[in-house]
Design a protein around this ligand. Structure first.
Ligand code: 5CA
Ligand code: ZN
Length: 409
């Protein structure tokens, strides 16, 4: 699949800082040491509805990771998937009486537009589940042939007991896992499974649903977790730096992915850090396509809201916090954007050197975007109150805010 156009990332004076980030698997902060090419896999959308603020907040977090790396003069190898065939997408297509392929294409196109407007850096490889099927089938065959997977009425399940490290990503107890499995696409109550948590790797063709040639697996379609494993291993290989997504992906999705990869390669975990963004709520409940309590990025854009203000609204919360979208959040972001634009519209101002370092330090410290915004706020306030004589400082601030946070002033 094609991704979306990249916005330019200005180079900044001085030296970038190495990223320290919270890793769900170890429960602590890790100092990443990615080498000259940092590798990141971010779980993409299931395209059955438009990009909402929750999605945008999660992609904002992983965009910051890349901007911190780019600032250290590293290259970034970024891979993202599109779950363009899965139960929720097929169910929505049936409900709305539309073609599932057309629905997926339409929502993916809208996602690309939203990402472009928000200045999110595009992945180098943007891969759909459907196009990944030829790579998924041999992996499932290998898992089955090695005894890590088994057949149940034509479907193929992964056996979580095949992985001695199972549980090592989310750290959850069995009861919580079982409950989350039922809520998040699993089928713990299906009779005949070896372990209720075992996830599906390959679903045999169902009447009225799309299916593909699965070689010795028979016709069918891939399970969700193996999709991301196949794409990540194909384009990044084992031991990449970060796997990212919202906190609702820690279990089962990233846990199962790490287990699949362990059973395939003998190595654990697949990513050096498992990074999870908090959930954005609306009216007290997690924004979700299934509940329908959504604020769409495209709706705000169509209403004339500057995407830079949406981006500032996302940045005003720490990525790991759960937070609530309210009109006030947006109003505050619009006011901040106006203050910052006024502050950089003069040719000179207070020195920007310390500010650039403060923003770098804030973001390198577990992506503390609110602290980065506060630093820019202080500079803008100084500019407004007293101004300054540093020629070109406003330009440096503009470039720093763009390069490190994707906000175009
Ligand atoms: N296609 C899979 C990942 S392989 C998927 O989870 N798709 S999704 O469309 O449901 O979600 C896309 C991303 O947005 C995921 O990282 C998910 O954790 C995140 N997300 C979904 N809802 C919210 C929310 N309310 N707040 C923050 N992030 C969210
Ligand atoms: Zn995924």
């Amino acid at each position: 699949m094609h991704a979306w156009p990249a916005s330019e990332v200005p180079a900044l004076p001085g030296k970038g800082r190495d990223l320290r980030i919270h890793d769900t698997a170890t429960g602590g902060s890790v100092a990443l040491d990615p080498g000259p090419v940092a590798r990141i896999y971010v779980c993409g959308i299931t395209p059955y509805d438009a990009t909402h603020i929750g999605h945008a907040a999660t992609y904002n977090a992983f965009d910051l990771v890349q901007r911190v790396w780019l600032d250290t003069k590293r290259q970034v190898h970024y891979v993202q998937n599109v779950t363009d065939v899965d139960d929720p997408l097929l169910e929505r297509a049936v409900r709305d009486n539309v073609d599932w392929v057309a629905l997926a294409e339409q929502e993916t196109a809208l996602f690309r537009e939203d990402m472009t407007a928000l200045r999110m850096l595009p992945p180098r490889h943007y891969i759909g589940a459907v196009e990944a099927i030829p790579g998924i089938v041999p992996l499932v065959e290998r898992l089955r042939d090695s005894g890590a997977a088994y057949e149940l009425e034509g479907d193929v399940y992964f056996s979580v007991e095949a992985d001695p490290h199972f549980g090592g990503v989310s750290g959850l107890d069995a009861a919580t896992m079982r409950q989350l499995s039922a809520e998040r696409g699993g089928d713990p109550d299906r009779p005949g499974k070896k372990n209720p948590l075992d996830p599906m790797l390959w679903m045999a063709a169902r009447e009225g649903e799309p299916s593909w040639d699965g070689g010795s697996l028979g016709r069918g379609r891939p399970g969700w977790h193996i999709e991301c494993v196949a794409i990540a291993l194909d384009h990044l290989g084992m031991g990449f730096d970060v796997q990212g997504g919202g906190s609702d992906l820690a279990f089962p999705h990233h846990e199962m992915g790490a287990s699949h990869a362990q059973a395939l390669t003998g190595e654990f975990p697949m990513a050096k850090a498992y990074v999870h963004a908090g959930m954005v709520a609306l009216d007290g409940e997690k924004m979700s396509k299934s509940k329908g309590n959504l604020v769409f990025v495209s709706t705000l854009r169509r209403a004339g809201v500057d995407p830079a203000a949406i981006r500032l609204a996302l940045l005003s919360h720490h990525y790991r916090a759960d937070w609530e979208w309210t009109d006030q959040v947006l109003q505050d972001a619009l006011a901040r954007l106006e203050r910052w634009r006024a502050a950089v519209s003069r040719p000179d101002g207070p020195s920007a050197e310390a500010l650039v370092e403060e923003v770098r330090e804030a973001l390198a410290n577990d992506l503390d975007a609110p602290a980065a915004l506060a630093a820019v706020d202080r500079w803008a306030a100084l500019q407004q109150e007293r101004g300054g004589t540093d020629e070109g400082a406003p330009g440096v601030v503009s470039r720093a805010v763009d390069a490190l946070m994707g906000v175009a002033l």
